[in-house]
Structures are given as C-alpha cells and as structure tokens.
Design a protein around this ligand. Sequence first.
Ligand SMILES: NC(=O)c1ccc[n+]([C@@H]2O[C@H](COP(=O)([O-])OP(=O)(O)OC[C@H]3O[C@@H](n4cnc5c(N)ncnc54)[C@H](OP(=O)(O)O)[C@@H]3O)[C@@H](O)[C@H]2O)c1
Length: 327
Amino acid sequence: MNPIPLTQSLPSVSRIIAGCMGLGGGWNHDPVTPEHIAQAHNFVDVALENGMTLFDHADIYARGKAEHVFGQVLAERPAIREHLFLQSKCGIRMEGAERGRNVPKRYDFSKQWILHSVENSLSRLKTDYLDLLLLHRPDSLMEPEEIAEAFDQLKKAGKVRHFGVSNMSGHQIKYLQSFVDQPIVVNQIEMSLTRLDWLNDGVSFNHNQGHSVSFVPGTVEYCRSHNIQLQAWGCLSQGMFSGRDISDKDETTQATAHQVAEMAQEMDVSREAIILAWLMRHPAAIQPVVGTTNPQRIRACSGAEQITLSREQWYQLYVTARGERLP
Ligand SMILES: NC(=O)c1ccc[n+]([C@@H]2O[C@H](COP(=O)([O-])OP(=O)(O)OC[C@H]3O[C@@H](n4cnc5c(N)ncnc54)[C@H](OP(=O)(O)O)[C@@H]3O)[C@@H](O)[C@H]2O)c1
C-alpha cells in the first residue's frame, strides 16, 4: 500500500486508528472505577498488538474520563508513551451548570479555550505533549488569528507537535490555513458505508441525484491536493454491517450487511475487515478511526490491512449501500 499523507509528519504512524470514545465508562458523571482502568490497559495492549499506534481522543469523550483512564495506563507504564501517538481534539463545550448558571452546548475556538483545553488533556493523559491536536467542529464565532496564536504558542512550548481539524469542509480549511502558519495535516470526517455523501458529492455532479447531497463539494479533493490526511470516524457504522441486530432496519441496510458477509466469507476475512478495506481502497488513503473497545472486534479490524478490494467489489458495495444505481 502507498504511504498515507500523515507519514510526512509522523513517519511510523499506523494506518488504522484506535478511537478512544468508548473508554472511561460513558458520558455520565459517575466516577471512574478500577474496571474502567483495566479496560483501558487491555484496549491499549490489544490495539498495539494489532499494529494500531495512533489513539484518537477528545477532551469531551466520556466527559474527560476517556483521557483520564488512558492517562492512568501511561502513568503505570510510562515506557509505552514513545511507542504510540496521541491525538486529541478541543473546541466543543458541553452544556451544564457553570458558576451557578446553566450554559448551552457550544463551540469555542478562542485562544484562551484552546490553551486551557490542551492543558487539561495533557494533565489527564499524563503526558507532556500531544502528537496531534484537532479542532473538533467548526465554531461559527471563530477568529482565525486567535487560532493561529494558540497553535504557535502550543508548538513553541512543545505541547503539540502537529495540528488538524475535524468535520470541516475544504473551504473552511483553506480559509483557516490562510491565517495559520502551522500546517493543517488532518481532517477527520464521518465516512462509512452508511455515510456516503463524501462520494455521492462527486458521482452525482451534474445529475439530479446530486440535489440530495449535503456534503460540501470538493472537500475530499482539497484534502488530497494539499496532502491533508483524511480520517474516517463512524467507519464501522456502529456494527450495523458486522453483526449488530438490524432486523428493524431498511432494505438497503439489510442488503449491504448481506453483501459484506458474503464478501467476508469469499475472502476468508472478518466483516470488519471488508468494511474498513472498502474505505481504505479509496485513493485518498483514508485512515479509519475504529470505535470498538471489544478486543475481538479490534483484532477483526486489523485484518483490513491484509486485503485490497477489486474495483468491481468496491463499486458493488458502494452501489448496494447507496440503495440506488449510479447515474
Ligand atoms: N471527529 C468527530 O466528530 C468524531 C465523532 C464521533 C467519533 N469520533 C471518533 O471516531 C471513533 C469511532 O466512531 P464511532 O464510535 O462513532 O463509530 P464506529 O467505530 O462506527 O462504532 C463503534 C461503536 O459501535 C459498536 N459496535 C461495533 N461493532 C459492533 C457489533 N458487531 N455489534 C454491536 N456493537 C458494535 C462499538 O461497541 P463495542 O465497543 O462494544 O465494540 C462502538 O460502540 C470514536 O472512538 C472517536 O475516537 C470522532
């Protein structure tokens, strides 16, 4: 396989990313237990054994508890830090009570919040630096000059090595990059057999099927032509095509699951391997961010690196998952 764009910044980074949103015991205010920490140890071990060296976090996952339990792993086994890459995100602030007032969920790319959030992530993760920091979701009130200052300060202090964004269109990245000196090297967006608008955007151009595509056209092309690594969140479609009960789902979902199972059997690999290999066959050299914390499923995902789907297999799955013929 060709090297992925991110290897220009992190030469030995893995193709598949271990998503950490499922660590820490959930999005509640319950305290972390020894079981949650044991789960994180096991998760890190299984991911590393299966070649996944990049771990995807966000300051908000499980309200900070995902980073916290991961930090406990690093505190107990500091020697593993140099064998892995840590990516976290900032910019989403949860609703709740602050200083006696109820505040809504909001986005915040202010310099003050970015710096504050990174300090908290470093402290929870028990590390001196993040390999990558991503802005989580576009803030309508962002002042790009402030982001530029925050990034420069974090880079100069050695607290963040590389920068990226998430859920941004090509236009938004271009605009942001025109103010920011630090290169934007990652865009993490939702891409999967259930989330297809990043492909439909291209094939439905100049056709009335295109009316229903909400994806901002040209985002994939912008990232590719600027060597920005595309990362796919939600890539397993929450297990919809790899064993979750889908008896209440529509015909297209059932047909896609059936086809994934058939291909897996033909190629003698797991269904997860087929689902991820489908994303990885795209020439943008996508990095799937897998969200499973189940050791067996993590192993099943790693099988994707051993196979390459043919053009025919790729289109067969795409068309089935689209639920309509190509134009
Ligand atoms: N940038 C963003 O805005 C953004 C948004 C969301 C997530 N993310 C990142 O992307 C990662 C993946 O996203 P995701 O978790 O939304 O999507 P995902 O990888 O498609 O789905 C993972 C979820 O599906 C469950 N699952 C997988 N296979 C299953 C099966 N066969 N049966 C039952 N359940 C199954 C997993 O549970 P088990 O753990 O039990 O396997 C887990 O809860 C996250 O960890 C996070 O790092 C980023």
